[in-house]
Unconditional design. Sequence first.
Length: 304
Amino acid sequence: MVCAGREVVQAASREARLLGTAMATYDDRHWILSHIQNSYVTSDDTGLCEVVVQQEAGSAPVVDFPCLATADSPPHPSNDDPPAHSLDIAPDMDFVGHRQRSYTAQRLEVMRREKKNASRVKRVVWRHNTAPIDESELNELFARKAVITSQDCPVPQPPPVSLLSRLVQQYPDGLNNPFLEYAKFDGTTHTNVLTRRISIYLLIGDNPAPNYPMVVSVINCHQARVLDLIGLICWLYTKENRQPPLRGGVDHYALHIAEEDGQVDWDFQALRPRDVVEKFGFNVLALVERKTDREASQDIVVTL
């Protein structure tokens, strides 16, 4: 390679002298050597020249080659200068790093993979049995199964029904609670809503004897009226199936202020039905039946 480069350099020098300044580039022997190296790399299909050239120094000075060094050789470039190379000629990207596999290597890889997959396959050759088989062996191998008809099947039993399902079937429309419209004010099942708990003593019936109060949880106290609170109490009373049964609607009952032991404070009038529950701060009340006009006329009024 060095001798061939020397001949090319000498021929280029003679041509440069003939052409003058137009071909002065060929006087740079270092550039010519780099050009020759790139030409070998790009024209070699085997890739050997590229391996050899890459192992050599990237920019070897011309003075290191005695056959090319002369008295008029240019000085060695400094380390800061970029390495000399051909800017117009570059090797193909297929030769950078690795070469493409040949068709033979690819075919051998396919055959190796097929052989590996074939080792997992087991072939079974079907052959007719020449020895006769008696009737007992046939019955043992292919036993006849008994056919079950619909008459042999047992009568299916009805599925079990729970007590809750029976109650739902018994009352398809639910219990007839006339105070259902006031259930929206019940705050028993609400967790993230502000509620108010009020203890209600029930003075209902001919001989009312309060023993323990009913705790009522009310929501929307700023909107619920006293009449709505009475309806909620009546709804819970009917829902729990308490005795005696209620008589009449919400207008038939009134709420009075009561003590902790259930004693009603009759000195105060009943809460007005149209007032808002939030207006009152009493937590203990008593549900009392209102007197009819006839019963009110029988009362004796004494003026002192």
